[in-house]
Design a binder for this molecule. Structure first.
Ligand SMILES: *[C@@H]1O[C@H](CO)[C@@H](O)[C@H](O)[C@H]1NC(C)=O
Ligand SMILES: *[C@@H]1O[C@H](CO)[C@@H](O)[C@H](O)[C@H]1NC(C)=O
Ligand SMILES: *[C@@H]1O[C@H](CO)[C@@H](O)[C@H](O)[C@H]1NC(C)=O
Ligand SMILES: *[C@@H]1O[C@H](CO)[C@@H](O)[C@H](O)[C@H]1NC(C)=O
Ligand SMILES: *[C@@H]1O[C@H](CO)[C@@H](O)[C@H](O)[C@H]1NC(C)=O
Ligand SMILES: *[C@@H]1O[C@H](CO)[C@@H](O)[C@H](O)[C@H]1NC(C)=O
Ligand SMILES: *[C@@H]1O[C@H](CO)[C@@H](O)[C@H](O)[C@H]1NC(C)=O
Ligand SMILES: *[C@@H]1O[C@H](CO)[C@@H](O)[C@H](O)[C@H]1NC(C)=O
Ligand SMILES: *[C@@H]1O[C@H](CO)[C@@H](O)[C@H](O)[C@H]1NC(C)=O
Ligand SMILES: *[C@@H]1O[C@H](CO)[C@@H](O)[C@H](O)[C@H]1NC(C)=O
Ligand SMILES: *[C@@H]1O[C@H](CO)[C@@H](O)[C@H](O)[C@H]1NC(C)=O
Ligand SMILES: *[C@@H]1O[C@H](CO)[C@@H](O)[C@H](O)[C@H]1NC(C)=O
Length: 588
């Protein structure tokens, strides 16, 4: 509950869902026994589509329960979801999402006659997904599995990136998927069934596979088309491939993962070698390369350590980044590619600190949150407790943009701002910067970084649009002081976002239980209104960030295409150094 965190990196977050929770337990029917037996007694990694379907279909729709779920989702959204009303406004040109008033649409779901509970849960999760807000989703440990068909992952154009079942398909062009043109199928899937960005080009990238730099190594990211979280309607999928002008059609059964999730290790980049780039420092959470005459920096903005009392790793995280940059400076490196592709976010304070290391006078994006009778109870309750300083509801976690110092009182923080969003006047807290020193990271006494020889013209930020959350805060802030940006992939000749979901802290309904414990005079009816049935978790954006250059612009809704666009091909999809060489040309 302490610091201000954004969405944790998605693969990591999902691994935390223990597989043993995945079977619906609210049933006495035998249909789930097959799976339970497999989970318990066999070494199988996958179960059958039909077995899973039968198990799901043993749980009937319960309208009373559905109504309770809808009511709780509405209460949470209205009280805390800071982007709720603005989602009703037409998208900025460049974005692709359906503007909607989700509250009445949630009620409409209850008019459907579902047979099974999972159908309702899927519809609800998909409706929430239509907000295309990477911080806002519903998960059910009962119905949230991973559906793969073995191995195959795709990348733009559309080609087979990797296939652990049959390596002869690799790099074959995918012409048709289920007899429809592959590009249309992937585009429609990205448009309707992915929620990682308001920008369709970024969602298109998320449907396909690409490399990401994770903890100490490269892995495969995205691939949402071949790696589903909902049971597809059909138990198999067909791909028509063109392999050196030979046309073949393959059919792959969906397999549902149980036990441990597979490691998405990159099959192509191994360890530290990336093309001709020379690794000069491997900090596990960051890497520093030289290539030709320029430098390349890869950085994670994730959490490195959850233990709030042990700052050792956090300290090293930052000092390592300073050290790596200093190595580049000492080598006389003049231009740097900052590759933030497939960075799923993490800790916003990390983003702030990195920006300050590079540009010491840079100011953070201001933020605010919703003010209403429910949020006031949390702000007041949490703010009474000194040991909660650092929490997003504590007024001492912030610095007023008006005075550049902490708020004097809770009322000062709550303030009296009101804005019109989606046609409604709403109250928001006073605009504020997060006081980074109240977080574990920010409170570290770090060595003063040296003055680096670079200015904004010497960097280019390279991403594939999947630079999310704290990564978005890092990159969008640098772009506002004229650091260049380039995004890779998407559609031909359509410049697209280099970052997505720049808002602020993500709250989950799970975290509320610990808040409720802190609040002495909390109204019990409030707790029951906000609480979802067991095994369901709603996450959502709790604060919004504003541009510094355009102070009224909420970043989440502001379309900010990269300055330049690059494309993946057979080589660059597997060897990012090919992209680094192209990217640096833009800042020569
Ligand atoms: C939620 O999951 C837990 C753990 O698997 C299980 O014991 C419980 O029955 C589930 N609750 C519902 C309502 O399905
Ligand atoms: C999957 O289903 C098939 C046919 O229904 C059956 O033969 C097979 O044993 C099942 N496998 C598993 C892992 O359940
Ligand atoms: C339907 O859900 C409600 C509320 O969760 C519960 O009290 C009731 O027992 C459920 N009905 C059936 C038939 O399971
Ligand atoms: C995608 O959404 C559009 C617009 O709502 C709809 O017409 C189309 O049928 C959807 N496609 C799929 C595959 O769900
Ligand atoms: C399901 O997939 C199979 C194999 O790709 C295909 O033959 C069949 O037509 C599909 N069924 C539906 C309803 O799409
Ligand atoms: C990765 O490196 C290890 C050790 O250097 C080696 O055993 C392995 O074969 C390599 N894998 C690939 C895909 O190159
Ligand atoms: C709080 O509730 C009262 C009535 O219950 C209402 O008059 C007031 O406007 C509400 N305040 C906010 C900030 O929503
Ligand atoms: C303040 O919060 C801490 C946990 O952060 C908790 O242990 C303590 O009991 C709280 N104090 C009061 C007075 O609620
Ligand atoms: C607060 O700090 C910013 C940036 O350092 C500065 O531009 C601004 O004038 C300051 N405001 C006040 C009220 O001191
Ligand atoms: C930020 O918080 C720290 C610790 O609570 C406090 O000492 C400091 O004065 C605050 N910073 C500002 C600018 O108010
Ligand atoms: C709050 O703002 C409204 C206008 O937005 C104003 O009428 C009212 O006097 C303000 N209240 C306080 C306490 O400043
Ligand atoms: C960025 O560039 C614009 C246009 O060239 C210029 O007006 C602005 O002052 C620059 N901003 C910074 C922080 O250098």
């Amino acid at each position: 509950m302490k610091t201000i965190y954004l969405a944790t990196f998605i693969l990591i977050a999902f691994i935390n869902i223990a597989y043993s929770y995945w079977i619906p337990r609210n049933t006495n029917v035998n249909a789930c026994d097959n799976i339970i037996n497999y989970v318990t007694y066999s070494d199988e990694k996958f179960v059958n589509y039909s077995d899973v379907k039968a198990c799901y279909e043993s749980i009937p729709y319960n309208k009373t329960k559905a109504t309770q779920i809808i009511e709780a989702v509405k209460e949470n959204f209205e009280a805390f979801y800071v982007l709720l009303e603005q989602s009703k406004e037409d998208p900025n040109p460049g974005f692709a999402f359906r503007s909607m008033d989700i509250i009445p649409e949630l009620d409409l779901l209850l008019k459907n006659n579902y047979l099974y509970e999972y159908q309702f849960i899927y519809d609800l999760a998909n409706l929430i997904g239509e907000l295309r807000d990477r911080h806002t989703w519903l998960t059910s440990t009962d119905y949230h599995q991973y559906m793969f068909h073995q191995g195959l992952s795709l990348y733009s154009q559309i080609k087979v990136f990797n296939d652990i079942k049959d390596s002869s398909t690799i790099d074959c062009q995918v012409v048709y998927i289920d007899d429809k043109p592959a590009i249309d199928v992937i585009t429609e899937f990205a448009s309707n069934n992915t929620a990682w960005s308001r920008d369709l080009s970024v969602r298109f990238n998320s449907a396909l596979a690409s490399l990401y730099f994770g903890y100490g190594d490269f892995g495969i990211y995205g691939q949402l088309f071949t790696r589903r979280s909902q049971l597809p309607k059909n138990s198999s999928i067909s791909y028509t491939l063109n392999c050196n002008d030979k046309i073949t059609k393959i059919i792959r059964e969906w397999q549902i993962h149980i036990k441990t999730l597979p490691q998405y290790k990159s099959p192509y980049i191994n360890g530290t070698t990336v093309g001709d780039a020379k690794l000069i420092f491997d900090a596990f959470i960051a890497r520093f390369y030289t290539l030709q005459d320029f430098g390349v920096v890869l950085i994670l903005t994730e959490e490195v350590d959850d233990d709030e009392d042990d700052n050792v790793l956090e300290y090293h995280y930052i000092t390592d980044i300073i050290f790596g940059l200093k190595l580049l400076a000492d080598k006389g490196i003049k231009k740097i590619v900052l590759d933030l592709s497939n960075n799923g976010g993490g800790n916003i304070v990390v983003a702030h600190i990195i920006n300050k290391i590079l540009f010491p006078n840079i100011q953070n994006f201001p933020v605010d949150m919703k003010v209403n009778n429910i949020s006031i109870q949390l702000i007041e309750g949490v703010s009474m407790n000194k040991s909660e300083i650092g929490d997003i509801f504590h007024y001492k976690s912030y610095i007023s943009t008006k005075t550049n110092s902490s708020f004097n009182s809770i009322n000062d923080f709550i303030g009296n701002n009101s804005y019109t969003r989606g046609g409604i006047q709403l109250k928001y807290t006073s605009k504020a910067f997060s006081n980074d020193t109240t977080s574990t990271f920010g409170s570290l006494t770090l060595p003063t970084p040296p003055k680096f020889p670079w200015n904004e013209k010497d960097f280019i930020i390279l991403t594939n649009g999947q630079c999310i959350s704290s990564c978005a805060i890092l990159s969008q802030r640098l772009a506002e002081i004229n650091v260049s940006t380039v995004s890779v992939g998407g559609f031909p000749n359509r410049r697209f976002s280099f970052a997505s979901t720049s808002g602020g802290a993500q709250l989950t309904t799970n975290s509320f239980q610990s808040y409720f414990k802190l609040l002495k005079n909390i109204d019990n009816s409030l707790i029951s209104k906000l609480t979802l049935p067991q095994n369901l978790t709603l996450s959502f954006t709790a604060f919004e960030a504003y541009s510094v250059n355009h102070p009224n612009e909420v970043l989440d809704f502001s379309f900010r295409p990269a300055d330049y666009q690059l494309y993946y091909d057979e080589r660059s999809a597997r060897d990012p150094s090919k992209l680094w060489i192209q990217a640096v040309e833009f800042i020569r």
